[in-house]
Design a protein around this ligand. Structure first.
Ligand code: ADP
Length: 255
């Protein structure tokens, strides 16, 4: 099926609102990610990152606003919209007792990928991520870094247009964290996949094409790292982020 995406936009979020009782977790958020773009969603705890990812992955629906993945409205055309997303969640979602291969196979079955194609895709991705030798091993025997690699491989099996990384380095040691960041930049360079990388760690996103600073449910600022720093009176992204998020007031109450 030809995607209805306009102007190479892989993800479009328009004026999205989501409240939990009196807390407005997302208060009119609009963002977009183009094909091949690495966009960082940078926000401290409680900014609304997880809430946005839950809406993007169809777990919850927004109170109002529009979300399109690859041009497909996630509410009206959920199947192609969700089929265009590759997701690595914050919490581990692999079955520890199943082998790497079986975990990946479970995913291709869920996406309705025919067995003969799935077999080839799985072996290809295992090779890309240096995991072919471990294919038969139960996931529980892998290091934390390798488990994340399997999750990344799995997210790519159905050839999505955008990769959503939801605080995907949580729990990893600094070295594995760097490897994960490098791997995703390489994937973007080699495959032209769009990336939305949510984190509260500035050091992970200094190389991003664009940074979107989310705080207390609102987009505070967006632009290249240099544009984020500009006008804050600071010299680096880390200080700029601290300054921007310190200067902002509390959550808006839900209407
Ligand atoms: P982040 O992922 O950036 O840390 P969240 O999306 O988890 O932010 O949270 C945004 C706001 O919504 C916070 O104030 C949080 O306490 C609140 N929140 C998140 N999930 C729930 C929930 N299930 N019920 C009530 N409040 C929630």
């Amino acid at each position: 099926m030809t995607s209805p995406a306009k102007d190479g936009v892989a993800l479009s979020v328009l004026d999205v609102v989501k409240s939990y009782g009196p807390i407005r977790a997302l208060d009119g958020v609009s963002i977009s990610v183009k094909r091949g773009e690495f966009v960082a969603l940078l926000g401290p705890n409680g900014a609304g990152k997880s809430t946005l990812f839950q809406l993007l992955t169809g777990l919850f629906v927004p109170d109002s606003g529009l979300i399109e993945v690859d041009g497909y409205d996630i509410r009206k055309t959920a199947v192609p919209a969700l089929g265009s997303l590759g997701v690595v969640f914050q919490s581990p979602t692999l079955d520890p007792e199943l082998s790497l291969r079986a975990n990946l196979r479970f995913h291709t079955d869920m996406h309705g990928i025919p067995a003969s194609i799935a077999k080839v895709r799985i072996e290809e991705e295992l090779k890309v991520f240096g995991l072919s030798e471990r294919a038969k091993d139960p996931v529980r025997t892998l290091s934390g870094g390798n488990r994340r690699r399997v999750e990344l491989a799995r997210a790519l099996l159905h050839d999505p247009s955008i990769l959503l990384m939801d605080e995907a380095t949580v729990g990893l040691d600094p070295r594995s964290r760097h490897e994960m960041v490098d791997m995703v930049f390489d994937l973007r360079d080699q495959r032209g996949i769009a990336v939305l990388w949510a984190t509260h760690l500035v050091e992970e996103v200094e190389r991003a094409d664009r940074v979107i600073v989310l705080h207390r449910g609102k987009v505070l600022k967006e632009g290249t790292p240099a544009q984020i720093i500009d006008g804050t009176g600071t010299q680096n992204l880390s200080d700029a982020f601290l300054k921007l998020t310190r200067e902002t007031g509390g959550h808006q109450a839900a209407a």
